[in-house]
Design a protein around this ligand. Structure first.
Ligand code: R5P
Length: 298
């Protein structure tokens, strides 16, 4: 096992913070795992070390929650793997940060999405991610100049909905979420609606639903929960419409301090997430989906 048509024997690598997730991918593929060692110098600079690669296809697994502290080390690891002899270096990045700033919203701002995309595209041969929040661009290849792949998570979320929330209405908090919501609802055999969201600031949103969901049970699904205000406002609004049980499922559980408690206070019954970011709400495993995508690409 382990031979890769795209670059020799495949090996999975990760920093200590993502080792458990990366080991699951390695196990799913039947290949070995090797840690990336990280040393912090007293001045805050970092040094990464990897094992010799001998012509292997090196797959680095690194989720980019807390991105400012992780991006440089991730780029250093790509360079180290190549210099150690890897014939191909791929990045599995379950949560790809900085994708929301995809245009200049106000004069004087950068397009952070493009800056990060360029850095990753130059460092890696391939980038695989999940629900990267692409709204104004059609696909990841427009953002990251290397081979890219977006692994679908909707089927896994749909399985959760089918198992845990039979008879519910699947709800998207805003128009941008409709593709994701529709994919989940169709796969789960559920009805679905999306709301209208207006954002007035980092922590201020207004969500409205044109019609009352025809069920006592709603499951809000969204790609990211960050400040938590989108989920909290959607929960409040659904309860105002008379929906008794409101659950929430998010892919990327960023959850800033206090965010989860706020969503609970708004009246959410269950709040669950995919494990692209390690969080107490994790209930849907995604490593097998990346293992399957890598297996299919071999
Ligand atoms: C926005 O379009 C996204 O899909 C999420 O709804 C948003 O990023 C969630 O952020 P927050 O938790 O800060 O409302």
């Amino acid at each position: 096992m382990g031979n890769d048509s795209m670059g020799g024997e495949l090996k999975v690598h990760a920093f200590a913070d993502g080792a458990a997730y990366a080991r699951r991918i390695a196990r799913g593929l039947g290949v070995s795992f090797a840690p990336v060692r990280l040393h912090r110098f007293p001045d805050g600079e970092s040094l990464v070390r990897v094992a010799p690669q001998a012509g292997r296809h090196a797959v680095l697994v690194r989720t980019l929650s807390d991105p400012n502290s992780k991006i440089l080390d991730t780029l250093f690891a790509a360079d180290a793997l190549r210099r150690a002899g890897a014939s191909r270096v791929s990045l599995v990045v379950p949560y790809l940060a900085y994708m929301r700033q995809d245009k200049v919203f106000h004069p004087g701002e950068p397009i952070s999405q493009r800056v990060i995309g360029k850095l990753l595209g130059e460092a890696f041969d391939a980038v695989l991610t999940m629900e990267p929040h692409l709204h104004r661009v059609k696909n990841l290849a427009e953002v990251i100049p290397c081979e890219t792949s977006t692994v679908a998570v909707a089927p896994a979320v749909a399985r959760w909905v089918k198992r845990e929330a039979k008879g519910c209405v699947v709800v998207g908090p805003d128009a941008e979420s409709w593709r994701f919501v529709e994919a989940i609802a169709r796969a789960a055999g559920a009805a679905w609606i999306v709301g209208e969201k207006q954002r007035h600031g980092d922590r201020r949103v207004k969500i409205t639903f044109a019609r009352t969901p025809a069920a006592n049970h709603a499951v809000i699904v969204d790609d990211i929960a960050s400040s938590g205000v989108t989920l909290a406002e959607a929960v409040r609004e659904l309860r105002r419409h008379g929906v008794v049980n409101v659950d929430a499922v998010v892919v990327h559980a960023v959850f800033a301090p206090g965010a989860l408690a706020m969503v609970r206070r708004a009246g959410a019954r269950r709040i669950v997430s995919c494990d692209t970011i390690s969080h107490p709400t994790n209930a849907i495993r995604t490593a097998p989906l990346f293992a399957e995508a890598l297996r299919r690409a071999r």
